[in-house]
Design a binder for this molecule. Sequence first.
Ligand code: MET
Ligand SMILES: [Zn+2]
Length: 329
Amino acid sequence: MAGVVEELVKKAGGCAVIDGGFATQLEALGADINDPLWSAACLITKPHLIKEVHMQYLEAGADVIISSSYQATIPGFLARGLLLEEAEGLLRTSVQLAREARDEFWKSTLRSSKPVYNRALVAASIGSYGAYLADGSEYSGSYGDDVTAEKLKDFHRRRLQVLASAGPDLIAFEAIPNKMEAQALVELLEEEDIQVPSWICFSSVDGKHLCSGESFGDCLQILNASEKVAIVGVNCTPPQFVEGIIRDFKKQTKKAIAVYPNSGEVWDGRAKRWLPVECFGRKSFDVMARRWQEAGASLVGGCCRTTPSTIRAVSNALKSRSSWVRVYY
Ligand code: MET
Ligand SMILES: [Zn+2]
């Protein structure tokens, strides 16, 4: 594990807390994210809301906050009519907003008499090629025959360079749906000699494979071979699969494991609405978080449809067993 992560996990009592659904909370604060750029549209229109969401997750106990760049891409911004310099500037802004929130929050907690927080880390988010396409391939992993690893590297290259140079503590590749993209990212990290430690998290719809149907084991072998990858895991995956996935990963990697599942609700693309959780209530996220830690996760948080209250519950569940004071509201 990279030094900075190891230190944070230790300080957090064995399991650090990642924030929750970013786009979800942005929408809850009134942002319109029905946009090809999704939550990244707010980098143009409502940057103050982005900072507010980061603050809310920090207050809830997040030890790692993830920037608003998941669906922020240079071609996406250019298609919106922005210039290249403006597009790159917005990518840097996404990291800057998270750093500002972290620094301001940390300063304010230092002033309080009972320090109950860690100084959080900022992870620069990078979504998959499928997230940019916004055509459903984000959750199928099917990019078609004309997409090669080289094409994926070229798609990711400049954004990775710009985000890495903006001063994040980590790079977070999120919801990677297939093996070719995992391979492309590992090669790109080496080619560009990125010094910021990375995590690569996959998405899964069945708990046994990536969204593409490929095996976790084959992908983990690729990630295991790279020193640039500090953390591996899954995100935006139904929570009921996570414990099994951690146990499976544990057998196949020595890297730290991060899990930040969605709420278990399912997005109905045609009806454009979330279908309710079938087999468990949202309340149990904190109970599950303990089991995920016991199964071997070093970082636990939430993805789509989880909120600051989910993360507060997770933080209290994980930290109450160490010497932590609970965060009350
Ligand atoms: C589709 S997964 C989205 C991940 C992103 N960090 C978010 O929470 O909005
Ligand atoms: Zn998600």
